[in-house]
Design a protein around this ligand. Structure first.
Ligand code: ATP
Length: 274
């Protein structure tokens, strides 16, 4: 596994992430991605939306430095002066991937333990992360004692404990029921505003992408390219009122149409070959 990339994009204004003509072809011969050019501003909330298998996770893994691009360049800006155990990038996966034999507290502390953070400081930061995701009361519980939504909160806390500037989320709420998903959407937006992180959020859901994002990037089927991008020019503070508004419905319709037309743009023969 390649170490996470955190080279500077200084000189590009407020960009946090830059993908320049990035492609990815796996050793199996599958071309998953690109070329993709994408710039994401510091503090921006961007969703990558596309059909299954279009390369969304691949793009996220490349940004995280968990996979290398086959060609092109990836730049992730990171402020200098990080303390031990801090990391510019946090990653939340679709599965909470908690250690079943360890308490919530020990699961969240894991990245700090791996970074040899002193235990008093680690305890302080774990407490802070637990409070942020509203799990303080469950610090000593084991994952099997948590609901799906709580497991995902624990997974989110584990990503926050390293105080990332960029949070990458790969369909984190896809397996949750709708009520829990809505609640976590709102909690995530509150965290994003409070912590002023840059968030890149992968989802299949048009509704979720429009609700959460400042910008929705629509991808084509594999190999994933950018088919369209939509600025969601709604107030940063969203909620039930936004979800029920005609503006929200209209934006969802536009994004949905773009997604459908991006999918139709791929010739059947090319699809069959891919
Ligand atoms: N490690 C790998 N080796 C070979 N092929 C891979 C690997 N990872 C992903 N792929 C292939 O690359 C393509 C894109 O996969 P990726 O997981 O990035 O898509 P996705 O848009 O995130 O899909 P989904 O929405 O279903 O999670 C798929 O065809 C997948 O089979």
């Amino acid at each position: 596994m390649a170490p996470p990339t955190a080279s500077s994009v200084s000189g590009r204004g407020t960009a946090a992430i830059g993908l320049r003509a990035v492609t990815k072809t796996y050793r199996s011969g599958t071309t998953a991605l690109g070329p993709i050019d994408l710039e994401i501003g510091r503090g921006e909330f961007v969703s990558l939306l596309g059909p299954s298998g279009c390369g969304k996770s691949t793009a996220l893994r490349i940004i995280a430095g968990l996979a290398a691009p086959s060609s092109g360049r990836v730049e992730v800006a990171a402020a200098d002066g990080r303390a031990t155990g801090e990391h510019p990038i946090g990653f939340v996966f679709q599965e909470p991937t908690l250690m079943p034999w360890a308490s919530v507290r020990r699961n969240i502390a894991l990245p700090l333990k791996l970074a040899h953070v002193a235990s008093a400081e680690a305890d302080r930061r774990v407490d802070e992360a637990l409070a942020r995701v509203d799990l303080a009361e469950f610090a000593d519980a084991f994952p099997r004692e948590l609901s799906g939504g709580m497991k995902m909160r624990a997974s989110l806390a584990r990503a926050l404990v390293t105080r990332p500037e960029v949070l990458l989320m790969d369909e984190p709420f896809a397996a949750l029921d709708e009520i829990t998903r809505f609640r976590l959407n709102d909690d995530l937006l509150a965290l994003w505003r409070d912590l002023q992180m840059t968030v890149v959020f992968v989802t299949h859901s048009v509704f979720e992408s429009v609700y959460l994002s400042q910008r929705v990037v629509v991808m084509t089927p594999r190999p994933g390219r950018i088919a369209a991008a939509f600025e969601i020019d709604a107030p940063v503070a969203r909620g039930e009122e936004f979800r029920l508004s005609t503006g929200y419905a209209a934006r969802c319709r536009d994004v949905s149409r773009a997604l459908a037309s991006a999918s139709e743009a791929v010739p059947i023969a090319a699809e069959a070959r891919a």
